[in-house]
Each structure stands twice: as structure tokens, then as C-alpha cells.
Write a protein that binds this ligand. Structure first.
Ligand SMILES: [Zn+2]
Ligand SMILES: [Zn+2]
Length: 263
């Protein structure tokens, strides 16, 4: 079974899940990827930075007791005005697995913008978003290991995936090229696929990834409750394999990584 490498516990501002509930005995690992949201528009503009020192010591202690490995992850929500404030965190925990996420536009989370972004027609909306993704990769990509949920704004403003991949094929392939150049894995996010009904987007993303053989993938449930951990794993693993992605990249606590079979 693939390791779930996008997981939130009570160290994230929007989860109450117990760290221990994510002990993966099959893979002998305990991993979470807690939110770092600076100027968090989904939380009255405050800086949400987990207590990583406490997480690190609790995670280590727990993993030792259970005889498994603790891997600390952080999901960095790209905030163009706060870039310098990410760096001390990354310096302090150089082996943490950083996920790069683009949650906002002009300082407001897409979850809050929802359909109010209709001041932009669908073309301009997509064009703005994909250029933000490139900007985020340029700014923080070299510090990160995973590009998370590329469909994020389409969770909240539905735009037909066939339109997105037809019209923005060049931009999407350029993003995948940037990921490859920086060694960023591309996440297949099961919460997006099933809870937010963006399965079509991920089918087309996996099709696009067929042209990027060397680009690794990861799987993330993006769960905030232990009950959603590994959500829809068999369907997602099978879909990856169908598109020739028979391996995913697994990260370890010492910063190393290895390719493992998806099924
Ligand atoms: Zn996210
Ligand atoms: Zn997340």
C-alpha cells in the first residue's frame, strides 16, 4: 500500500486528529504534512505555523515506542508577500518533506473566493492561476519535494477539466517541466478526486504525466480526520498504474527518497 504523504493532525490549524491515529504499521511510518499558512485568509489573516519543535519531539517519541519511522512534513501555502518568513522554518528542519500548495489569489483562499472569482471569465481565471503556480515553484520549489493538488481552485469553482487541459496544455506541461527540473513530485490528491469531484482533472493530469516519464508522483488523501486517511486508495492506485505510473516516490526522515510500487 502506498504511503499517504498528505495528512493533517492537530498540529494544523484546521484539524483535531490525534497524531497517533496516523501510525502506518504496513509501511512502518508515521508521517503528517502540517499547514504553514502565513497571512491565512481562511483564518482572519493570522500566521498559522505549527509548533514543529513539539511535533518533532512527540513524533520521534511515538515512532520510537511503536518501532516505526517518523517523517515530518509541512504543507507550505504560497504567500508571495511572506516568502522570507518560510525560510527560517525550512532551515530549522532541513529534512522535513515540504509540500508546495497554491491556496490563494490576491491574499484570499480559493475556498473563500469560490464563485465570486467570476469577475474573471474561466480563461482569465485559469491563466492567472497557472501563472501563480509557476511563480510559486520559482519562489519555493527548490525547497520543496511535492507539488500538491494542482486542481485546488477547481475544487471551489468548477471548470470543465477537458477545457482546462485543452486550453492550457502548454502551461500545464511547462509546470510539469519545472517540477522535473527541481525534482518535485506531483501529487495525486484523492480528496480532490472524490470529495470535490475532480476525478476528470486527475485522469487528464495522469495522461499529461505520461509524457514526463521521469517525473515521480505521490498520493495524498489530504485528510483532516483519521477516518479519511488513505481514502479511495485502491481506485487511485489502480488509476496511476493504468497511466503507466507504476511507482511512486516515498520520502524518509533523513531527506532520502526511494521509488516504490503503487500496487
Ligand atoms: Zn492544501
Ligand atoms: Zn492539506
Amino acid at each position: 500500500m502506498i504511503v499517504d504523504q498528505h495528512v493533517h493532525s492537530l498540529y494544523s490549524f484546521d484539524s483535531q486528529a490525534d497524531l497517533k491515529s496516523y501510525a502506518d504499521f504496513d509501511n512502518r511510518v508515521l508521517m503528517t504534512s502540517e499547514h504553514v499558512e502565513l497571512c491565512n485568509s481562511a483564518h482572519e489573516g493570522r500566521d498559522d505555523i505549527p509548533d514543529f519543535a513539539a511535533l518533532h519531539s512527540q513524533g520521534q517519541e511515538l515512532a520510537e515506542e511503536l518501532g516505526i519511522e517518523f517523517v515530518m512534513g509541512m504543507e507550505l501555502g504560497y504567500a508571495p508577500d511572506c516568502l522570507s518568513r518560510f525560510l527560517p522554518l525550512l532551515d530549522e528542519f532541513p529534512n522535513a518533506v515540504a509540500l508546495l500548495s497554491i491556496h490563494q489569489d490576491e491574499g484570499t483562499d480559493f475556498a473563500l473566493l469560490g464563485n465570486s472569482t467570476s469577475r474573471y471569465d474561466r480563461h482569465d481565471f485559469c491563466a492567472r492561476y497557472f501563472s501563480r503556480v509557476q511563480e510559486a515553484i520559482g519562489a519555493l520549489g527548490r525547497h520543496c519535494r511535492i507539488l500538491s493538488h494542482l486542481d485546488y481552485p477547481f475544487r471551489y469553482r468548477h471548470i470543465d477539466a477537458a477545457y482546462v487541459f485543452d486550453e492550457f496544455s502548454e502551461e500545464i506541461h511547462a509546470i510539469l517541466d519545472s517540477c522535473q527540473a527541481l525534482g518535485l513530485a506531483v501529487e495525486i490528491n484523492t480528496k480532490s478526486m472524490f470529495k470535490y469531484h475532480n476525478l476528470d482533472f486527475y485522469e487528464l493530469l495522469l495522461e499529461a504525466l505520461e509524457e514526463h516519464h521521469a517525473l515521480p508522483i505521490t498520493l495524498g488523501s489530504d485528510c483532516h480526520y483519521a477516518k479519511d486517511w488513505h481514502s479511495h486508495w485502491p481506485e487511485a492506485s489502480a488509476l496511476c498504474a493504468t497511466h503507466g505510473k507504476t511507482k511512486y516516490v516515498r520520502f524518509h526522515c533523513d531527506g532520502s527518497s526511494q521509488l516504490q510500487p503503487v500496487i
